[in-house]
Design a protein around this ligand. Structure first.
Ligand SMILES: NC(=O)c1ccc[n+]([C@@H]2O[C@H](COP(=O)([O-])OP(=O)(O)OC[C@H]3O[C@@H](n4cnc5c(N)ncnc54)[C@H](OP(=O)(O)O)[C@@H]3O)[C@@H](O)[C@H]2O)c1
Length: 270
């Protein structure tokens, strides 16, 4: 177990290296990547999970903290013992009302203000705004015939802005409405807090190996993001103030995963 320290938080956003990092959602597929990469970068990590018995990482700079982020009092000591917070908490799509994002944000922002901790990097999702990325593709469909051409054409269609925007609109307003509504509520809470926050909006996440990310304010081209790349981007924010008090869109360029694979792994199986 690590020793909790009470050093005052740094004055400047960014340049937090090495940091005492609190990771919320640490036991999710992105959270695990964040924890592993943070340890590899030399940070000291507190990993919050409701299921510590299933958490796979052990390290002498890692504290696994058991608890529900939406329960009063759980975050307080963990926030006090940290310099920065990365939040990857998430839940599966459901028709029921969702509160985990906004309830976590409420308690987290309060705890950070109470303990004068400033740096918060949190994940929501692409699809919270209309999507018209700069330089979006509008080219013609791939040539050819047969099954190969059909697959190429389908992939091309899925890359197309309008198809992607229509897909996102269905996810935002129908399939995932309660989740997205609560993510929007989380964003409002985070923006209202007097913190050095960064809201990171990835598109569909995959467990494909990372290949380097692109990040821009608000919108970026790319329909997918490897969780490995998302984790790297989240941790990069501790050493970079480019997106402080901003919304950053992130994606892995050129990453392709079959639509059925995504539907099964990221929507139906969860
Ligand atoms: N999947 C996608 O395609 C996609 C697309 C865009 C954005 N996102 C967002 O990206 C982030 C990461 O997604 P992901 O798919 O890697 O992870 P995820 O499957 O959404 O899991 C996140 C983790 O949050 C933890 N959690 C949930 N409720 C909690 C609570 N009340 N207290 C403490 N921990 C709680 C869970 O761990 P425990 O059960 O161990 O506590 C869970 O493993 C999420 O914010 C997600 O909404 C996902």
């Amino acid at each position: 177990m690590s020793t909790r320290q009470t050093a005052p938080p740094p004055e400047q956003p960014g340049r937090l290296h090495p940091a005492r990092l609190l990771v919320l959602g640490a036991n999710g597929p992105t959270g695990r990547q964040v924890v592993r990469q943070a340890l590899a970068r030399g940070h000291r990590v507190q990993a919050l999970t409701r299921h510590p018995e299933t958490f796979p990482v052990r390290h002498d700079r890692l504290d696994v903290v058991a608890g529900d982020a939406t329960a009063a009092g759980v975050l307080d000591a963990a926030v006090e013992a940290s310099d920065a917070v990365v939040c990857t908490i998430g839940t599966a799509f459901t028709r029921r009302p969702v509160r985990v994002y906004s309830a976590t944000a409420d308690l987290l922002v309060q705890a950070m203000l109470r303990h004068r901790r400033r740096r918060l990097v949190t994940v929501t999702s692409a699809g919270l705004t209309p999507s018209h990325p700069p330089g979006g593709s509008t080219g013609s469909a791939p040539a050819g015939s047969g099954v190969g051409a059909l697959v190429r054409t389908a992939r091309h269609a899925l890359d197309h802005d309008r198809v992607r925007d229509a897909f996102r609109a269905v996810m935002r307003h129908h399939v995932g409405r309660t989740v997205y509504d609560d993510m929007a509520a989380m964003e409002a809470v985070v923006r209202a807090g007097d913190l050095d926050w960064t809201i990171v909006r990835p598109p569909g996440l995959t467990d494909a190996p990372g290949r380097g990310y692109v990040a821009e304010e608000t919108e970026v081209e790319g329909a997918l993001c490897a969780r490995e790349d998302l984790a790297a981007m989240l941790l990069d924010q501790l050493e970079d103030d480019r997106f402080v008090r901003k919304v950053a869109a992130v994606a892995t360029p050129g990453l392709r995963v079959g639509a059925l694979h995504m539907l099964w792994h990221e929507v139906l199986k969860r």
